[in-house]
Design a protein. Sequence first.
Length: 129
Amino acid sequence: MAGYRLRKHADYQLVYGASRKRRSASMSWFLAPQAVASTPRVGLTAGKVLGKSHERNRIKRRMREVLRKHVDQLPAGCDLILHPQRIVMTMEFTKLEAEVVRILEQANAERVRTSTTRTSALAKAGAAR
């Protein structure tokens, strides 16, 4: 999982700037294509609004464990940021896992949709020349 993490503040800012906020039942998420396609990366944020440090750390540990199990489903060539809500700390692990898998499926579908749109736009631009 270590090679799949967003680490730098600038990387987070690039993702925020290149994407729009999406919501699920217990978290919001951002998906942005990478400038140079490489291994997919994921970032987790847990702000002070979620609770004290031990609560935020527990939320991040739970999220990292779910992502570790499903790292193969991360959308290729994209960066993903997950913003969990406080409910993640108390919800059943299987429900949390199901929701993250649903988000990963949506992210993969969107990646395919945007890459086909981008490919067709490039093809049209090439045909116009």
